[in-house]
Design a protein around this ligand. Structure first.
Ligand SMILES: Cc1cc2nc3c(=O)[nH]c(=O)nc-3n(C[C@H](O)[C@H](O)[C@H](O)COP(=O)(O)OP(=O)(O)OC[C@H]3O[C@@H](n4cnc5c(N)ncnc54)[C@H](O)[C@@H]3O)c2cc1C
Length: 391
């Protein structure tokens, strides 16, 4: 039976995170050390030292790596609270792509790789990147179109290809590269300043909150020793699934927090601002938008918690996380869009965080599987179940 009971530890961490976001992070939101490609490195380091002092750095990781070893359910509670400010997940070292990479390394990496990469990553001392998507007709929605290759030369691998939309590549210490080998797709760990890696350019994008932005990268004769293969050769797609289900869900958690922030700002405005002789919220058109937001925030919270609980039971949660991701991305975007509308002209200005959240959340409908791909794969599963007579 689904159990949503909340532990004392979870409640305490939630309260501590809420206080940290409210008292420390929100006041820093207007710090000028934020660029169109994310917060500057010294600002990130400063925010992280504050999170460390509050005992809130990478709370989701195992105790061995400095976290609390949270369950997926507990993680949901804490990451929702972190997302209440766009700077929260950056400060707390629980944002993409590092958070997903930490999980993947913890599950798949060798002990030596964990010491070398996971330990400093979880400590918030370095950043990382995940290099999968390709321009020029390569891997995108369809990972099978992976065009980057890795060939064995002696005990090393030589990697050639191009990647793009790679989040956080500028400033990352290491990357996890997905490449095609004769045995199938394989993941490799590489230093990002290794000879053979060229960052061609940083893309100018709608979203601007993640340190390092999103880059186009050329891999040319990149030499990686066999000891830097992540897991087993040929198992790359399987490991991508290991990374994907929880990583999709943590995106939902953080964006839930951001949508909740937008909703709170819009509600406050609608209760104060008057038009045609009464507060906006008393006009049904506005009141219903906010009421709908509240219902949909709760629905999304329950879907996230249900999926997290499923993962906590040891299930792979592939279709649950797919449904949660697709539904959260669409619903949370609609909620934030309504908030912009409720605020009128103020909604598109930088005077509140709502316009910022609106810009940032749009991409969530595309990464970690566009909405249409999730629906398409769910439909295929339905068809298979029907064929087996299980629908
Ligand atoms: C902000 C952001 C950050 C990202 N960070 C990273 C990163 O760090 N590392 C990384 O490797 N990648 C990253 N990506 C890339 C992301 O994973 C891809 O954008 C995503 O997989 C979609 O691939 P694509 O952009 O090539 O779209 P395409 O494959 O060209 O698809 C375009 C559109 O076609 C539609 N479509 C595709 N297939 C189907 C189908 N079967 N049925 C119906 N419609 C379909 C969808 O609407 C889709 O949006 C990031 C993307 C964004 C936007």
């Amino acid at each position: 039976m689904v159990d949503f009971a909340r532990s004392d530890r979870e409640l305490e961490l939630e309260a501590r995170t809420q206080a940290f976001i409210r008292n420390v992070i929100i006041p820093a939101e207007r710090d000028p050390r934020q660029t169109t490609h994310g917060p500057a490195p010294e600002f990130v380091a400063e925010l992280r030292s504050k999170a460390r002092a509050a005992g809130l750095l990478a709370p989701q990781v195992a105790e061995r790596w400095g976290g609390y070893g949270l369950t997926h359910r507990e993680t949901a509670t804490v990451l929702r609270a972190s997302g209440y400010s766009l700077l929260g997940p950056v400060a707390m070292n629980c944002m993409a792509p590092d958070e997903g990479n930490m999980h993947l390394l913890d599950v798949v990496a060798t002990e030596a790789q964990k010491i070398q990469y996971l330990a400093p990553l979880a400590a918030g001392e370095i950043r990382s990147a995940f290099l999968m998507t390709e321009p020029d007709g390569g891997a995108g929605s369809d990972p099978d179109m992976l065009a980057t290759t890795a060939r064995a030369v002696g005990s090393d691998w030589i990697i050639d290809g191009r990647k793009w939309l790679i989040t956080g590549a500028i400033g990352a210490r290491f990357g996890i590269v997905m490449a095609r080998t004769p045995e199938g797709a394989t993941m490799f760990l590489t230093e990002m300043d290794a000879p053979g890696i060229t960052i061609e350019r940083v893309l100018d994008t709608l979203d601007q909150a993640i340190p390092g932005g999103h880059s186009v990268i050329r891999l040319e004769g990149l030499r990686v020793p066999a000891s830097q293969v992540l897991g087993t050769v040929g198992e790359g797609f399987r490991y991508a699934q290991v990374r994907l289900a929880p990583a999709r869900l943590t995106h939902c958690m953080r964006w839930w927090g951001a949508a909740r922030r937008a909703h709170d700002i819009a509600t406050e405005y609608a209760c104060q601002r008057k038009a045609f002789g009464k507060p906006l919220i008393e006009h049904e058109g506005v009141g219903f938008m906010l009421a709908r937001n509240q219902v949909e925030l709760l629905q999304t919270q329950l879907l996230i918690d249900y999926t997290a609980w499923t993962l906590d039971q040891g299930a792979r949660g592939t279709s649950e996380s797919s449904m949660a991701k697709m539904s959260s991305a669409e619903t949370l975007f609609q909620i934030v869009d309504r908030c912009v509308q409720v605020l009128g002209g103020l909604g598109i200005t930088a005077d509140t965080q709502v316009a910022r959240i609106f810009n940032e959340i749009r991409a969530f409908r595309i990464y970690d599987g566009p909405t249409e791909v999730h629906l398409w794969s769910l439909a295929r599963r339905l068809q298979r179940q029907q064929a087996k007579g299980k629908a």
